[in-house]
Write a protein that binds this ligand. Structure first.
Ligand SMILES: Cc1ncc(COP(=O)(O)O)c(C=O)c1O
Length: 390
């Protein structure tokens, strides 16, 4: 099966397809699901083989984070990202949304604040609010066709209550990959303001050719005492439904704090997820991940060219991830009118820009992790829905 083999995900307990109608008013019968961040093609064959072997064995008893799993995570970080970690630093979560919620729980108290650089993955603010903490939004600055940090502005926005800085690297949405200098600056900013840096690197493997991702742990290796690194195989290998990720914590005191909390919650990893990740983080998995990027590059380029063909619409050049961030402000239309056209005329379920916080106005996020024919269809529908602008 290739990345372009058509696959019907309807009625497979897929959030993206089976909830698109109740959530977005777009029917899965003739609509396209381009919102939540999972992929419309199967995971790597090596992962499928691991699941088949487990199913054939047929025993699904308790499991644990065994040496194969821990070695695979460490190997991947070293081989793919040049980041040396120790197996002991790896703590497993039920996904990185869960990881962020745990960090808020362990290292802040109700009434404290947490800072984020917006626009950013909408769940950061949702998790902070749900935990009874206050969100401090620090908007990224537009510089040409990309985002840059404005730490002076961010400094002015801090209330002094912030205990955590929840940071997205690479950035969702926008696909911006931060440089080592920017990462060091953010790390220093967190420390200077008494905030623990939580570096969410879930999109670390979805890097387009010609770009290089730098883990925070490589850029600022002396800041391990003030950083929790979040990584996962879930986006890379399309196994998000297995609800798994890692908190990589080098500092013994921070790690002990988190281990204590995980123990108090009786948290244990899913055995099947452990087996899948051990299989994914392997040389075979790496080859598949590279092939996936070639496929995504084709999709990105088709989508970019198609969006640029609509007057007033500009997609941000994607350095990473399959989440295209499109600025519609040049159309002069309201967010409501944009949403209506995309929902009712194009019949595409997308993620609305304002949910990503300040700076998301008049933007929409499109998920391109699908068959190329679907991206082509989406482009044709969008061009038709905005044809009056031509
Ligand atoms: C930056 C970022 N962090 C966390 C998550 C959620 O991860 P999980 O599904 O492991 O909870 C996502 C999902 O889109 C994401 O983009």
């Amino acid at each position: 099966m290739s990345f372009n083999t058509p696959i019907d995900r309807r009625n497979t307990n897929s959030t993206k397809w089976d909830l698109m109608e109740p959530l977005f008013g777009v029917s899965p019968d003739d609509g396209l699901a381009m919102w939540t961040a999972d992929s419309d093609y199967p995971t790597a064959p090596c992962v499928i083989e691991a699941v088949k072997a487990a199913a054939e064995h047929g025993v699904f008893g308790y499991g644990f984070e065994n040496a194969d799993y821990l070695n695979a995570v460490s190997w991947w970080m070293q081989a793919r990202h040049g980041w040396t970690i120790e197996n002991d630093w790896i703590l497993t979560t039920q996904g990185l949304g869960n990881g962020i919620a745990l960090c808020l729980d362990v290292w802040s108290a109700p009434g404290d604040g947490a800072a984020i650089f917006t626009p950013v993955y909408h769940e950061f603010a949702i998790k902070i609010n749900k935990a009874g903490r206050e969100v401090t939004e620090c908007p990224l600055k537009h510089d040409g066709d990309t985002y840059v940090l404005d730490l002076e502005d961010a400094q002015r926005r801090l209330s002094g209550k912030e205990k955590l800085l929840i940071w997205c690297s690479p950035q969702n949405p926008s696909g911006r990959i931060w440089t080592a200098d920017e990462l060091r600056a953010v790390s220093a900013f967190a420390r200077k303001n008494g905030m623990l840096l939580v570096s969410d690197e879930i999109h670390q493997d979805l890097i387009y050719p010609g770009n290089t991702f730098v883990p925070a742990g490589v850029a600022a290796p002396t800041d391990t005492d003030n950083t929790v690194y979040l990584t996962a195989a879930s986006k890379t290998f399309n196994i998000a439904g297995q609800r798994t990720g890692n908190m990589i914590i080098a500092d013994p005191k921070l790690r002990a704090d988190m281990r204590k909390r995980l123990a108090s919650l009786d948290y244990k990893p899913s055995d099947l997820a452990v087996r899948m990740i051990a299989a994914a983080y392997s040389p075979d998995g790496a080859n598949w991940a590279d092939a996936q990027m070639a496929h995504l590059q084709t999709n990105r380029d088709i989508f970019d060219a198609g969006m640029k063909g609509i007057p007033g619409v500009s997609p941000m050049p994607l350095q990473s991830t399959y989440l295209a961030w499109v600025d519609f402000s040049g159309t002069g239309m309201s967010q409501e009118e944009l949403a209506r056209r995309i929902r009712e005329d194009a019949k595409i379920a997308v993620s609305p820009g304002p949910t990503f916080g300040a700076g998301g106005e008049n933007h929409m996020r499109f998920n391109l992790a699908t068959q190329t024919s679907v991206v082509e269809e989406a482009v044709a529908r969008m061009q038709s829905a905005f044809s009056d602008l031509q």
